[in-house]
Design a protein around this ligand. Sequence first.
Ligand SMILES: [Fe+2]
Length: 261
Amino acid sequence: MSGDLVSLVARRFEAYAGRFHDDQGDGFAYALKIEHTKRVLAIAETICAEERLPADVTLAARLAALLHDVGRFPQYLEYRTFRDADSANHAALSVVHTLREKLLDGVPTDIRRMVLGAVYLHNKRSLPNLSSAPLRAVAKVVRDSDKLDIYQVMIAHFSQKKPKHPEVALNVIDDPERYTPAVLQALLARQLGDYRSIVYVNDFKLMVVGWLYDLNYATSCRLLHERGYLDTIFAGLPADDAVLSFRTHIYTDLAQRLNRA
Ligand SMILES: [Fe+2]
């Protein structure tokens, strides 16, 4: 039953996303989001299984993973950017277009509510207090899965000499030796990064490393560790004292969270 619903919604998502794909030679940008969605779904399924989350939470998390970036397609079509600050909140667009396109038709109301809630909350800097424990769990799975895939997307992107698509680079300065000290100071104080303070590519790398503080599940920390994303990112950052101290901080934190699991 739940598997059928996920396949049904996955087919609807593919048909929906496919409509944007041939638009004005910018298929690359849409293809990125389609592939991202598939990987986020796979990661969400791993987290739900390993954390032994209940069936309703698992179903809602799988559907929310599939639909979390539905708004990226109309966002890019209209604004030619994935920068929310320069266009629109893509999570809100995801909710609007999921409803407009009837992507959740046939899904029970309680599940549908959790899906829409988690989709809407997936890009918030931090989760608000939620009275519904199941919704909170679904939102946490989607946020962790999204972050884990973005690590990989960013690493692949940082390693390109000439990024295929400038919009994906978020318009930051690529100077291998420089970063913004305030960004690093905020992260050392365990504050979540603010995209508005990003000037250099290295700021973005530092902020992505700091997402560790915001991962919710032990399985997510295990995946982060096993995939070696942090090692790869630190290898591409300047090795000065401040960065090395941040590195020690991060690895200590990760080790504690892995041991606790
Ligand atoms: Fe998103």
